[in-house]
Design a protein around this ligand. Structure first.
Ligand code: SF4
Length: 357
């Protein structure tokens, strides 16, 4: 593995991780809200695109109304193809921004603008841009979980499904990289490719808490299980995996592998889709450090949990929470996204996992 002489900036502690507060609805309220939202979507010419980590209620509603449930690139692509003039993005803020970057002519609304992402928060443009400027000899590769302004400074945006291929390609061209923001995914890519990469020190509050020892114990109890791990997890957890992959790749693994049981180390919102594609398979949540008194994750993203039917109805009613991206930033950001899409097209690679999730 290549070492590097320059040091990245120190880790960014995420100080204000909110508690996980999920929306709980009685059956009659859920039914009334669902009907109201369906009516408003027709009246407002809107379509719902929801991430795999949002609630079952939102995922069901997206599917029932002709929207989509996916990773964020697919969400943005779907929004582009959709005829609706308004995209309602149930997810976290960078997903709304990505949808706007790729669909500037459409109105993009989100149920809650406070729905952030610890990776995005750990890489503020005002610190990242000068760091990149100080190392002009390095190609800047950023993960999808970043703000529009950070994407605008990048040479490449990558997803978890294509990160290794892009790093390998750049290494073969003799390029040295700055990688941001996820240090675990960056470490995985660096170990896999041997590329010269300086890693920004961000992390995902959900994935970094999965515990290797707890997963080993579960595997002893369920030797028939396959272990599925998202590459935003720590290396000792990744080392236990039968499959390391993006959300879309992990869902496909549940559908296609012969194992009857899966130990799943990613946000448990994904279980909704996994159950839908493989109802006979048993899914077990991988143990997370967030289960104690200091719980901030409990294998569920606190920001994803901010999405819900009540807030969705309100934004459709009022038109508030619109995502706007200044045009000069959008134009720069779309270049780095398009570079990845062109590469994936040439390489015949299906790009998925734009959420990192
Ligand atoms: S689960 Fe996804 S959205 Fe939530 S903090 Fe982690 S990477 Fe960000």
């Amino acid at each position: 593995m290549t070492t590097t002489a320059i040091s990245p900036p120190p880790a960014h502690p995420v100080l204000d991780v909110p508690p996980v507060v999920e929306e709980h609805l009685e059956e009659d309220e859920r039914a009334a809200l669902t009907e109201r939202i369906k009516r408003l979507m027709r009246e407002r010419d809107a379509i719902l695109v929801a991430h795999y980590y949002t609630s079952g209620d939102l995922q069901r509603l997206a599917e029932e109304t002709g929207g989509c449930v996916s990773d964020s690139l697919e969400m943005a692509r779907f929004g582009h193809a959709a005829k609706a003039g308004t995209l309602v993005v149930a997810g976290v803020r960078f997903m709304g921004e990505t949808a706007k970057i790729l669909n500037p002519e459409k109105r993009v609304l989100m149920p809650d603008l406070q729905a952030e992402c610890s990776l995005d928060l750990s890489c503020p443009a005002e610190e990242f841009v000068p760091f990149c400027d100080a190392h002009p000899d390095r190609t800047v590769v950023v993960y999808a979980n970043t703000s529009a302004a950070v994407k605008a400074r990048a040479d490449w945006v990558v997803t978890s499904s294509i990160a290794v291929k892009v790093a390998q390609h750049l290494k073969e061209r003799g390029e040295k990289l700055i990688w941001a923001p996820d240090r675990y995914l960056g470490d995985y890519v660096r170990r896999t490719t041997g590329a010269d990469m300086v890693l920004w020190q961000g992390s995902c509050v959900v994935h970094e808490k999965f515990k290797a020892e707890g997963i080993r114990e579960l595997k002893r109890e369920h030797p028939e299980a396959a272990i599925l791990v998202h590459p935003e997890s720590p290396p000792e957890v990744i080392a236990l995996a039968d499959v390391v992959g993006s959300t879309t790749q992990l869902i496909r693994a549940v559908e296609q592998l012969p194992h009857p049981t899966f130990i799943v180390a990613t946000d448990n919102g994904i279980f909704h889709k996994m159950h839908a594609v493989a109802p006979a398979k048993r899914l077990i949540e991988a143990p997370s450090g967030g289960r104690g008194a200091t719980c901030v994750s409990c294998a569920h993203c606190p920001w994803m949990a901010m999405n819900g039917l009540r807030k969705l109805a309100r934004v459709l009613e009022t038109g508030e929470n619109e995502i706007l991206v200044p045009e000069p930033i959008r134009v720069q950001a779309v270049r780095s996204i398009n570079r990845m899409l062109a590469f994936s097209g040439q390489a015949g690679i299906q790009v998925a996992g734009m959420s990192g999730d």
